[in-house]
Design a protein. Structure first.
Length: 462
């Protein structure tokens, strides 16, 4: 376990990442001296700098922690930082205490009543919704979220009272979630993903079973009805299911949508809540909220508190994020980067805007994921009316011969499809009579969001 109480200085390699920046903010709040490195500036690093956390963007050993501070320093890094990175090599060679983000998060959770949100899709939304419901109730919480909450403008929530409840996104990448030993957990989905880490879908399931086995005795696992959970993974806990379409312990029923708002009832072992109103769009978010409400109720949030808070929930940046809306156009930005996520987003848009034309711009994320799920990507994108596919965002990977955007396009049946790049997208958009536009992907496609909003405002004269 990583010792965090006695340290005075925290240095983060990859500080601009969504999970790392939350830790940076936490340790600054805890009175530590905090600084870090990231490869490129971003709005998130701008925010950290504005909050008084120094960030540099060039490898520079003169800015790294000093040798005389070694005993008082904790260095945190993410798997995205390559082992050959000069600063990391120097810090290792000189005996600094170095830990992965997941190790530090696990240590912080040890003296808390931890709610861990796991699953191959929907983690960030369920985490943020759960944290919001707890914060807006008498229970309260500390929360490390994998996205920026639109209600609070941050990815870190600190309790207003002395709440010991901690909500944490439990990421399966790099087996990070195996550092957590929660009181309660949720598994949203268990589709194959990160096969570059796990090798096979079976090994991914095995990791989820290990995670479930780490839930403390007397604790709870909540899971989406239909996910293949073996209740023998941990016989010392209680199991609950949730759904919007099947019979489950926690079920959203009587779902209607009017003027972009979802209205529904929640049936649960704790009782029925009628007349819930969610203004945050997307049928998938009704399902995500069902999981969050279940966790909130199991932690003592009252029905009245849920009814009062849900209508004011504003969502998460890049999760079914409506960035522009006019009488002629709607523009939605979404982080979806797995075929199942693309399908859920596109179907939710069709449910919300029936009969309208949907144009999607998709940036594949990782060569291995594109190779492993190319048929799924093609099938999901075929649900669009028009598709534009950008080149693959490599992240931590080297190119794989033959794996590119064309690999997806060649398998698609959709007639209106084309390849595009970030440099020419506005000229390409001029070729389309846009109605509903979606950008999809986990790479740097988010850098197109503001230019697209500007383009649409110009096209519609504001």
């Amino acid at each position: 376990m990583v010792e965090t109480e006695k340290i005075k200085y925290v240095y983060l390699l990859g500080i601009g990442g969504i999970g790392m920046s939350a830790l940076a903010r936490y340790f600054r709040f805890a009175g530590k001296r905090v600084s870090g490195y990231d490869k490129t500036p971003s709005p998130l690093t701008d925010e950290l700098i504005a909050e008084g956390i120094p960030v540099h963007f060039n490898e520079d050993l003169t800015i790294s922690p000093k040798l005389e501070e070694r005993e008082d320093t904790l260095v945190i890094f993410t798997p995205a930082v390559p082992e050959h990175f000069g600063e990391l090599k120097w810090l290792r060679a000189n005996g600094f205490t170095i830990a992965k983000r997941s190790e530090v998060l696990g240590s912080l959770s040890r003296n808390k009543s931890c709610i861990a949100v796991a699953g191959t899709h929907g983690k960030t939304s369920v985490t943020t919704m759960t944290a919001y419901l707890l914060r807006e109730s008498h229970v309260d919480c500390i929360a490390f979220m994998g996205g920026l909450s639109r209600n609070y403008g941050t990815n870190l929530l600190l309790p207003a009272n002395n709440s010991k409840v901690m909500v944490a996104e439990a990421d399966e990448f790099d087996r990070s979630f195996l550092r957590l030993f929660p009181e309660m957990a949720v598994i949203t989905w268990m589709d194959p993903d990160h096969l570059d880490i796990y090798g096979t879908a079976g090994q991914l399931v095995e990791a989820f079973s290990t995670f479930t086995g780490q839930i403390n005795e007397g604790g709870v696992l909540l899971y989406r009805k239909g996910v293949a959970i073996d209740r023998n993974w941990n016989k010392k806990i209680r199991y609950f299911t949730y759904s919007v379409s099947e019979e489950a312990d926690f079920k959203a029923e009587n779902i209607t949508v009017t003027e972009g708002a979802y209205r529904f009832d929640l049936q649960s072992p704790i009782g029925t809540i009628r007349g819930i109103t969610l203004h945050y769009p997307g049928l998938m978010n009704v399902e995500n909220l069902t999981a969050a409400m279940a966790l909130a109720l199991l932690n003592g949030v009252t029905k009245e508190e849920i009814l009062a808070s849900v209508p004011n929930y504003k969502g998460v940046e890049r999760r079914f994020d409506i960035r522009y809306k006019s009488t002629t156009n709607v523009y939605i930005d979404d982080y979806g980067h797995h075929p199942r996520e693309l399908e859920a987003t596109i179907r939710s848009v069709r449910h919300l805007y029936p009969g309208r034309k949907i144009t999607g711009i998709f940036q594949p994320h990782l060569f291995t994921r594109t190779r492993d799920f190319v048929d799924g990507f093609a099938e999901s994108l075929d649900l669009l009316d028009e598709a534009l596919v950008m080149e693959i965002y490599p992240a931590r990977e080297e190119p794989i011969p033959g794996v590119d955007a064309g690999m997806i396009l060649n398998r698609m049946k959709l007639k209106s499809k084309r390849r595009c790049s970030a440099s020419d997208f506005t000229a390409i958009l001029d070729d389309y009579q846009l109605d509903i536009l979606i950008t999809l992907g986990a790479g740097d496609i988010d850098r197109l969001v503001n230019p697209i909003v500007k383009y649409l405002k110009g096209k519609n004269n504001g």
